[in-house]
Design a protein around this ligand. Structure first.
Ligand code: NAI
Ligand code: MG
Length: 491
């Protein structure tokens, strides 16, 4: 049996200190309390992290507020952008350390963790470059007036993120907020927060002024809840479960502040008889098993037209039977799930699929540590659209294949869940591509590809239970800023 923590250096970027990062200082949580952080590949404790509380959130918000009035608030947009570029560069220079940290902490195969480092760097480049390109407008008005708009930061923004893609979500959320000049307080997930801490340390190294970025690790019901109700927080972005998303929106309502909610989905891929099946195949499977299916934009429903149903199912099943599951550092197709709890959730769904046809399963390597949270990737066939496995987000490596007869039926099935995050259409018919792109209820549509996780430049977010607001791309910068209209009567 393998040891899985051997690559962890607690001193690198101070990640192993069980502290919060507030005002560019590493400080112990006021309560002194800590949480054990576990390696999902083995169940071993990696280190302790701070169990930040409401009083630590208060300190972090105060530090962010002070930053707005001091150096951070006085920087020009090009200066902020240049700083973000430097941070992106430092992230790239530390690719291997960051990737290993993410792999140990989240349990994701090293190659996937490396892709996340690259994405984080790209977010810093993209938003660094955008910082000085968000302009106001002048508005023709009554005689004797000059009217213009100013695009301004909200002030202090709160960022509550999950454990599945810490670096990517920090990039898209904190990155866009910093570019617009907000001062940020980040509450990473209690299951995985090491790269959030490292990121803060790297930001300090490139010269971010105190208070621009604060990180308070802790439990959702403690630090997370305190951040979401804090009266000085002017915008909250949240990625996570639907249930907590509702709590966040209610909390924000108390202070009448905007929220961006990204709550996952049940994203479909629609494969038509005229599709290029060979081109589709890698996307059909990979979009479901990437990060062991723990991806908000995972494609968990594969809708296949009857003319190619047998062929697609057979080829997907072949690929599934070759999938191998192992500790993150072994860098095979899948790592473990994030926790024993997540494994229980996924196994309970597999049990609910006992009545279904199992088309294929992947293989867990023989020598995986017994404390790791491993499940076999599983492909179910001939699933009816109303089945619980075709309706609810599982957040594990489980895909259902659903047959359909024609375009109308495919559309009804695709739109037939409460979610709407991503959808894709595989077809050579241009008119069909256009029709479905309009009619599918989803925040992103891919035609003859599937972009789970990718696309720093592409606005991203959901409809229905998948949430609201848009992150990524330029669009995020509107969400992380507010508009002021100035009307001057000069005669
Ligand atoms: P969660 O929604 O509880 O956790 C996400 C973040 O919210 C974490 O930082 C957590 O500490 C924080 N949080 C939890 N309770 C809070 C509260 N009362 N106030 C403020 N912040 C709070 O998600 P969890 O429990 O980790 O996973 C449960 C399910 O949620 C998964 O099985 C999956 O279906 C879904 N999920 C979706 C994600 C996505 O990317 N859209 C990411 C993570 C989970
Ligand atoms: Mg939770």
């Amino acid at each position: 049996m393998k040891k899985s923590n051997s690559n962890f250096d607690p001193n690198w970027c101070s990640v192993g200190r069980a502290q919060c990062f507030i005002g560019n200082e590493w400080v112990a949580p006021i309560s002194g309390a800590t949480i054990e952080l576990k390696n999902p590949s083995s169940g071993e404790v990696i280190c302790n992290i701070a169990r930040g509380g409401a009083d630590d959130i208060d300190r972090a918000v105060d530090s962010a507020n002070a930053a707005l009035a001091r150096e951070w608030g006085r920087l020009t947009a090009p200066e902020r952008g240049r700083m973000m570029f430097r941070l992106g560069q430092l992230v790239l220079e530390n690719t291997e350390q960051l990737a290993r940290l993410e792999a140990i902490d989240v349990g994701k195969p090293l190659t996937q963790a490396r892709a996340d480092v690259l994405a984080l760097a790209r977010y810093m480049e993209f938003y660094g470059g955008a910082a000085d390109k968000m302009h106001g407008t002048t508005i023709p008005y009554l005689d004797g007036y000059t009217v213009y708009t100013l695009r301004e930061p909200h002030g202090v923004t709160g960022h509550i993120i999950p454990w599945n893609y810490p670096m990517q979500i920090i990039g898209r959320s904190v990155g866009a907020a910093l570019a617009m000049g907000n001062a940020t307080v980040l509450k990473p997930a209690e299951e995985a927060c090491l790269t959030a801490l490292a990121f803060a340390d790297l930001a300090k190294q490139v010269g971010f002024p105190a208070g621009a970025l604060n990180v308070v690790p802790g439990l959702g019901a403690e630090a997370g809840a305190a951040l979401s109700v804090h009266p000085s927080v002017r915008h909250i972005s949240f990625t996570g479960s639907v249930g907590v998303g509702k709590l966040i929106q209610s909390a924000a309502a108390q202070n009448v502040v905007p929220v961006t909610l990204e709550l996952g989905g049940k994203s479909p891929q629609l494969v038509f008889d005229d599709a290029d099946i060979a081109a589709a195949l890698p996307f059909l499977v990979d979009a479901g098993i990437q990060n062991a299916g723990q991806t908000c934009s995972a494609s968990s429903r594969i809708l296949v037209q009857r003319g190619v149903y047998d062929e697609v199912l057979e080829k997907m099943a072949q690929r599934y039977s070759q999938l191998r599951v192992a500790p993150a550092m072994d860098d095979l197709d899948l790592g473990p799930l994030i926790s024993a709890r997540q494994k229980e959730i996924v196994e309970s769904y597999l049990a609910k699929g006992a009545d279904l046809e199992t088309a294929a399963q992947g293989k867990i390597e023989d020598d995986v540590p017994i404390g790791g949270s491993y499940v076999k990737p599983t492909l179910f066939a001939s699933v009816s659209p109303g089945h619980v496995l075709a309706q609810e987000e599982i957040f594990g490596p489980v895909q259902v294949v659903i047959p359909f007869s024609d375009e109308d039926e495919a559309l009804a099935i695709a739109n037939g869940t409460k979610y709407g995050l991503v959808a894709s259409v595989w077809s050579a018919n241009g008119a069909r591509q256009m029709r479905l792109a309009k009619k599918l209820q989803s925040g992103q549509i891919f035609v003859n590809n599937y972009g789970a996780g990718g696309g720093v430049e592409l606005p991203f977010g959901g409809t229905g239970l998948s949430g609201h607001g848009r992150e990524k791309g330029f669009e995020a910068l509107y969400g992380f800023s507010t508009l002021k209209t100035v009307a001057t009567l000069h005669g």
